[in-house]
Design a binder for this molecule. Structure first.
Ligand code: NAP
Length: 239
């Protein structure tokens, strides 16, 4: 019975990129309460061990061939597919100092990766008349602060991308939304200098950094809500 269940594509799954990152590692437990999770990492092997409802797979989202093979492997096995694009990359650069390679790297991971992975799974979502795409942006990235050229450009671009996905695919019961994250004490946060952390904290109306459980709650809400589409939801303590 289990074999038949697997072969006919009835596995509901959350595909989580960035599963080896700070937020990805912390969020996996909560996501497993919603559905099975397929955690995607690139270079860092996740610390959390695979288990019944959790599988890990390596995939470089910069590589279109790898993405195609990955979708060919998993797409036919899945019914309800939720794609959570948590993977991200940041290089600090002023406009005048930004190299072509920094530009390409950040865009390839933060924007092109979301596009390619979504495009690869959309035909399977259309076939099932069900799909959820969640993009992860950043309050800091939306602010356009000096020194954040590539990160800000990519994180702002996700909003346009998400809205186009939403409007083209809404008739198939596929939604695409953006979560704009404030500051969470993990992952990319750890590379910030103490004075920068304090300056950010001063600007947050709640005067606290975020708890990752808030991100999991929002993903749960988006997966369960077919009428929430093309939205941009801030999770940033009121910033
Ligand atoms: N932390 C915060 O406060 C904060 C605030 C606002 C927004 N965000 C956003 O939230 C998301 C997660 O952030 P984080 O702090 O958890 O970051 P992080 O710890 O730096 O994790 C980044 C993740 O992206 C993955 N990744 C990078 N390049 C990849 C590639 N080419 N292919 C596949 N995966 C790749 C990394 O995998 P490998 O290590 O295996 O390469 C890692 O799992 C990001 O999109 C970030 O922009 C975070």
């Amino acid at each position: 019975m289990g074999w038949l269940y697997f072969e006919v594509g009835w596995r509901d799954m959350i595909l989580l990129t960035g599963a080896s990152g700070g937020i990805g590692e912390e969020i996996v437990d909560s996501l497993m309460k919603i559905d099975e999770v397929l955690g995607i990492y690139n270079k860092t092997v996740p610390k959390t061990s695979p288990e019944n409802k959790l599988t890990y797979e390596k995939l470089n989202i910069e590589n279109s061939e790898e993405i195609k093979m990955f979708a060919d492997k998993w797409g036919p096995k899945l019914s309800k597919i939720s794609l959570v694009h948590m993977a991200g990359y940041k290089v600090d650069n002023l406009v005048g100092n930004c190299s072509d390679s920094d530009w390409d790297k950040v865009m390839n991971i933060n924007l092109r990766g979301n596009f390619l992975l979504s495009k690869a799974f959309l035909p399977y979502m259309v076939r099932q008349r069900w799909g959820r795409i969640v993009h992860i942006s950043s309050t800091g990235g939306m602010e356009g602060a000096p020194g954040t050229l590539t990160y800000s450009t990519s994180k702002t671009g996700l909003i346009g991308m998400s809205r186009v996905f939403a409007k083209e695919y809404a008739r198939f019961n596929i939604t695409s939304n953006v979560l704009v994250l404030g500051t969470f004490e993990t992952g990319m946060f750890e590379s910030l200098q103490d004075d920068m952390k304090k300056a950010i904290l001063d600007k947050i109306p709640s005067k606290t950094f975020g708890k990752v459980s808030n991100i999991a709650n929002a993903i749960d809400f988006l997966i369960k809500s077919e009428y929430v589409n093309a939205s941009v939801i801030n999770i940033d303590g009121g910033m």
